[in-house]
Design a protein around this ligand. Sequence first.
Ligand code: OOB
Length: 554
Amino acid sequence: MNAMPALDGFTPWPGELADHYRNAGHWRDETLGGLLRTWAARSGDAPAVVAENVGSARRLSYAELDGRVDATAAGLRALGIAARDRVVVHLPNTLDFVVVFFALLRCGAVPVLALPAHRQSEIEHFVTLSEAVAYVVPDEHEGFDFRGLAADVAAKAPSLRHVLVSGDPGPFTALDALPAGSAEPLPEADPGDVAVLLISGGTTGKPKLIPRTHRDYAYNARASAEVCALTSDDVYLASLPVAHNFPLACPGLLGVLGAGGTVVLSPSPSPDVGLRLVERHRVTVTALVPPMVRMWVDVAAWDTHDRSSLRLLQVGGAKLDDGLARQVTPALGCRLQQVFGMAEGLLNYTRLDDPDELVFGTQGRPLSPDDEVRVVDENGDPVAPGEVGELWTRGPYTLRGYYRVPEYNATSFTPDGFYRSGDLVRQLPSGHLVVEGRRKDVINRGGENVSAATLEEHLLAHPAIAQVAVLGLPDDSVGERVCAVVVLAPDAGRAPKLKELRAFLIDRGLARFMYPDRLVVRDALPLTGVGKINKRELVAGLTAGSQEKEGDVS
Ligand code: OOB
């Protein structure tokens, strides 16, 4: 049986592979909205979600969540939101996010999950590309009025019929004042339909939309929950914005609810908020990106909150430096799990029983026995085992095409459906992958290739450097020059001079062409919406303003 394409612009899996994924038990006849009903029948009064805002916690049991979702779905339908309509959801970590997300799924509508940090240019792009009929915002969040943004977006996007607001609606419609709607059950979506459109984390060009179907995303969450050995005793802290794939389904919100556990929604990934919530809710698992891990480890040195409940810290989104990886257990008293994932699909996890060396030194191995991984050279030929190459992948929860960008898909996928990730990796005999950078993150300095990731790793070993981003900046004579932007360690004293860093790199045996040409010292590095170091913004700033002279020794 071949899945009917749910949306224009969705690329289905070929029938043969689809049959295989079904026969292997990965794909089941389930929808995400239907699963919530099953979970509510199983876990009834148990706490499902707790939202923590300043000082107050609000919680919903599984049964209450299910009821709220039904009522909201009826209201959305009464507004005219129908199956397959796209709705841009732009909510922070609140109960309304969870309710609206499942309510849209129950209507068969497709949430487009924007991150709270996105602003007008991204939102306009998502609304226009998806022809969204509705846009859901908070009244305000972190001092920013989202209703003003919504007004600007609505003025430019003819497809938008509704702006729905969590909180004070201003001129728009309040989420808690939707029409009552009919109690009549909605027709179930097809498990092969697109459930959600995720945003790509790519750092070049405009973000892409990634269609994830009910059954592939359900498998993604269920298999992830198994790898993390989640049970109904687990309390998961969503530190990162839950609209991102990592805290949403790896295993995140969906995996934890599937296991009958409790999800605590944190308003911030910062350690002062997070460690307080760990104590307050006896949190067992949380997930962070590496820049946040640095902060949690530092703060844990003096913070007195009880963190004895914490058993697992998942870290992913960007390369975790080996040195920092080794500090996690001593500092936080829990096990580390590295996660190398992508909204496009493929997830790699270190396993709970992996030896320490694999947990510290690799980014995990593929989640599914049916994840196919190729590591290839520039010609697309497999590299020798253990050599670095680009990661290509296909599998039961990896997309076969981005949404509505056929020309881009023609180059991002091989004719046999492998997704060309652009990530450079090497694979160990155990199957574990070590991420060695991005294909596009290689700086061409006068014909020599400088891997930003390799240089970053060496610079991070310098005691005065806490964070670093290595960038290529345009240069008339050599094409690109190597620039290292660093944040100093708190006890660094003064900034190292460029020539001291070079001496340090010589001692480490690094090739001369790898040395940075320029050093810039910053108090902090700009971060993306989920908290990764934002190189694009750094390059733009350093290219536009050659005025920047601070710490600049070239
Ligand atoms: C996660 O997803 P995205 O879509 O925001 O970003 C994906 C990209 C990957 O292609 C890779 O370049 C990078 O982020 N990445 C890592 C990494 N995890 C992701 N690079 C090095 N080491 C890692 N551990 O970031 C994401 C999705 C699901 C789970 C975890 C992360």
